[in-house]
Structures are given as C-alpha cells and as structure tokens.
Write a protein that binds this ligand. Sequence first.
Ligand code: AMP
Length: 656
Amino acid sequence: MEMETEVSGEKEKKQIVVLLIGPPGSGKSTFCDSVMKSPHRPWSRICQDIINNGKAGSKSQCLKMAIESLKEGKSVFIDRCNLDKEQRSEFVKLGGPQVEVHAVVLELPAQVCISRSVKRSGHEGNLQGGRAAAVVNKMLRSKELPKVNEGFSRILFCYNDADVENAVKTYSMLGPPTRIMNFFKKVSAVPASSSNEATNDATTPKANEKTEIVRVSPSKKLGSVVPTLAFPSISTADFQFDIDKASDIIILSLVKAKASRKNIDSGRFFTFVGDITKLHSQGGLHCNVLANAANWRLKPGGGGVNAAIFKAAGPDLEAATRARANTLLPGKAVVVPLPSTCPLHNAEGITHVIHVLGPNMNPNRPNYLNNDYTKGCKILREAYTSLFEGFLSTVQDQSKLPKRINQATMSDSGAEDSERNKKYKGLQDKARTNNLESGSVDDAGDSGKKMSKGWSSWALALHIIAMHPEKHENVVLESSDNIVVINDQYPKARKHVLVLARQESVDGLEDVGSANIQLLEEMHDVGMKWIKRFQDEDASLIFRLGYHSVPSMRQLHLHVISQDFESDHLKNKKHWNSFTTSFFRDSVDVLEEVKSQGKANVESEAVLKGELRCNRCRSVHPNIPKLKSHIRTCPSQFPHHLLQNSRLLARPESSN
Ligand code: AMP
C-alpha cells in the first residue's frame, strides 16, 4: 500500500519521505547509511548537521534540498532530531499523491543514546564528549512522539537494536516497489519477543505493538465521528497462514479493488504500526471499531492481538462476548458492542470489537487445514467479508441510516443526507441480507414496518436468522424445525434472549391465529426452558415471557427477559415502556386469547409515550437514569396482576 498504490488497477510507484526521529546518539545517520547501501531505491539523506557546505545549516535548507531530491525522483531521509510536532510539520507537508511521509522513531533507552554520543568522535555535528549528555537529556525532556494525525501514513517504532535492524531491512528491500504485504511481512516478522525483551517497564511497548493495522473509513463523515475500523493481519502468525498467500486476499484484491469499484478514496486505507489497543492514546487515531483475530472459544489467550485486546478491555469484553456467542467458526465474525464502562471504550473510544476467526494451518489448533490453501484462502476471504460487513453494520447502527433510507419523503436532513443515504444503501442492503451473523442492527426506535410499505432492511435481521439458522451458527443458541433461539443483540436486561418462530408468514403478533397455537406453545416451552437454565445459574433472576404488541423487527419473536433491566442498551422511554406496560403481551395471555378468540389482543403504540413508571411500585420518574437508579433498590412487590397466572416467573425461594 505504502510503496505502491493501485489506482484503477494500475500500479503506481510512490516516493517516500522518511523522518528519522530520535535524539543524538539514537542512530539516525547509521540507519540512513545502512539503508542507502541497498541499490534498490534511490535515496537522498538530508542531514542538517552538514547541509551548509559540510557545516550545520537550517531547517529551510533541509526542506529545499528535500524538495529538489523528490523532484529528481529520489526518496528522502530527513536526518535531524525531529523531536517535536512543530519541527516535523514542514516536512510532513512534503507528502502528496505521489509522496508518502513516514516516521521512523528511534526510541532507544536514553542511556544508550547518551553513552554513544559521549563516546563518539568525529561527529558531523561535533556533538560528542561531555556536552553531548546534557544535550541529549534536554532534548528528551521536550520530546513529543509522532502521531498519525500529523500526516504520517506510517509510523515505525524501534525500541532496540533488533527493531532497528528489522526496520533497516524493511526499507532496504523497498526496491522496485513490491506488494503491500511484503512490507507487512517484514514488520510482523519482528520477533514478538524483541520488544518484550527490552524491559518490563510499564512504559515499554509489549509484543502486540508490532501489530500491523489497516484503518478503513467510509467515504463520508457521519456526524462528528468518522467510523473507523482497525484490524491486524488476520490468520497469519498464530494460525501459520502463509502471509504471501494472505496478502492477495487482505489488501490487494479485496480492499483496494472493492474501494476502487465504489469510488472510495484509497487514502482512507492506511497502515499503522503500533499497539492496536492504544490507537488513540499512543497513535492519536480516532478509531471506534477494533477487529480481533480471535480464537474459536472467543476467550482471552494466546500471546498476540487476542490476548492484548481482552486484557485492555477487561472482563467487560468477556461478558459482552458471551452475550453474543460462545464459539466462532473459521471465516465468521461476531460484532460485540462494548459497554461504556469498559476501559477500552472510555479510554480509547472503542465502541465495538469484532471477533473474527481465520483459517488455521497450525496442526496444534482446531480446524487444522493441513496446508489446504484453496480452502484456507476461501475461509480467509470469508473472514474479511464478515469483518467488513460487521463493521458496516456498526456504521449503520451509529448513524441510524436505515431509518432514513426508506424515508426519503420523511427526511428532514437535506440533500447531503439523501446523497449519503444513496451511497450507503447498496452496501447496507448487502450487509443486512448477507451477514447478519455479524450484524449489529440496533432497534432503531420505530417499528421497521411503518417506515415503508414493507420492512426496512435493518428490521429483517431476525427473519434472516430464522430462515437460515445454519448460516448463522455463531449467534444461534438453539434451533429446531419450528424455532430458533438467539441472544438479543441489544439486551435490555441481564438476561434477554429471543425465541424466533421459523414459520415464513408470521411476522408479528398481529399475524398469529388459531393455526399457530402449537407454534406458540412450543415457543413458550422453549422460553420456559431458558428461564430455568438462567435461574439454575442465578436463582434470584425473575423473568417475563412475552411479545411486543407491534414489533420493530420482522418475524414473530418471544422475548425472554429478566426483570432487573440492568443494561446500557435500555436507553429511552420506548425501550422501557415496551417491556413494562400493556404493550408487552405475556405469552400466557397470548396463548389463552388465541385459543379462546382465535387471535391475540394487541396494544396501541401510543402507550409507549406514557410516563416512566417503576415496574414494581409504579412511581413516576423524570428520566431513564433516575428511573434506573430507583429500580436498582425499589423494595416493593411487583404489581398484583403480574403475580397472577404465572406472568412473572421467579424461583419460589427468591424474594420479589
Ligand atoms: P421487537 O421490538 O419486539 O421487534 O424487538 C426486537 C428485538 O430485537 C430488540 O430487543 C432488539 O434489541 C433486538 N435486535 C435487533 N437487531 C437484532 C439482531 N441483529 N440480532 C438479535 N437481536 C436484535
């Protein structure tokens, strides 16, 4: 990507400006000299210490010479300390369509730089001996590490000699431009232990900081945040997948070709070398979705990205993952929304982690493919497709775009929005229909049915799963000929699962008639079984089992929901009232009504606009936070009618 870009299928060579960043003694000049020994690419080393006819010169002289060298078709090393943003900014501006700007940060321990610069003799800038130590110390005090948002398309950190050696090799090999993944290979070939060896100091980067990340942004800003996905190369290290084979799939054929077909600016895809769990704090990147190269058990473990992400996210990620899926098949992805309490969310701004499982050529791991690269490449392709579609679903989720798509006449957001919607519609429809196992379509607030003559595309998620549970194995908890059980993707309580009917024509409660009694009974029984299972784990949980009078999602589905309503996803009045007013139709009542009158009664949506009342004492509260804090401790019994006819399902020993 960095050394060549594909524009409309043609390969284009790029020049590079590499800013060396490091104090005296960090090895900047040696780095340049080593790379320049390689005959592959013409380089010019621009060293401020000698730019003035062999004597120290000025920054502007360096800039002038850099421009001249670029004009001559050379790539350029800026060999000066470049320790703060201001010192770097003019050089970063040399970047353009034909020129990439990289930073190579020589972050060697201070004492190494000091001892080298004190000991050296014949230094070009005459900085040696005792004076050198003071200069190095002073410089390091005001050092500012480079960030991608300064304009770098690549930042490479070297923490020890082994890192430097690898970086030298990487740049030396940039001859006639090779493929993007060759660069990846070099970087990821840095032994994981090398940075660990440096020290265990908390400020010292860990192995995962050598992870390659590619960032993808959709073409338009949605609100103030550009949705951004960061992902490591999937299925290369742990799964022993040949990186050259993987390279075609990951970047060249898939991402870039797709991007160019959709007229997406290729500058939106870039590589960043650093810690995937510290993109904001260390890289200055605003990235909201992280892909995790997960294991099949969706558990922490291993030594790479998976371990690092689970560690950085803390136990919240494990819990949120469990709520979505227990295992993952190769090629599949599962989108996990991170609660706002999660450190990765509040410190780094990560709202979703997408676990992806790639193909495995490692005989010590499950689903070993025994060098079957035909199958492996197919699975890897699927893995990336699942990942990108999962990412798209989070974009839709944040922007609530689906709502607008089918509301051309109702849109109040002007021409820009409708243009944006047009652009996204194709992508969305594809994502929603093809990949709901990795989708994260939030219930957008209104009934999906009302928005158009049919169902909005986002409202089809449950229907699609119910029709093809075999394609959604990673989210299906249980299935039979008549029902499918899944976790509610946006659980409104500690336990919240959905029992979906598999019958084609039954979209919601209004479609239910005498012919469906057996189905309703089966759904009820399955719901009861899940309640038992949950209460076996935690006997204090109290449940209700019921249907929304007017569903927002297509396909009859029974909510099995615990009555604690402890959930970050319960955000508004509609959410609350849909589970705590007469809008929620208890399964026992629905069954009774269908048996006695051939159909179920449904409540009008108007009740959703009513006051926020406690589900126990019925006291009124001004807003959701206040209501939530009240229900946490409300000591009252549940209302009388709920205690009748097994509407409320509690273990006899639990107090309600
Ligand atoms: P209803 O209002 O009865 O149609 O409820 C739909 C439920 O589906 C809501 O509780 C949503 O949180 C949930 N939901 C929305 N999208 C998905 C999805 N893709 N997978 C699982 N649950 C979903």
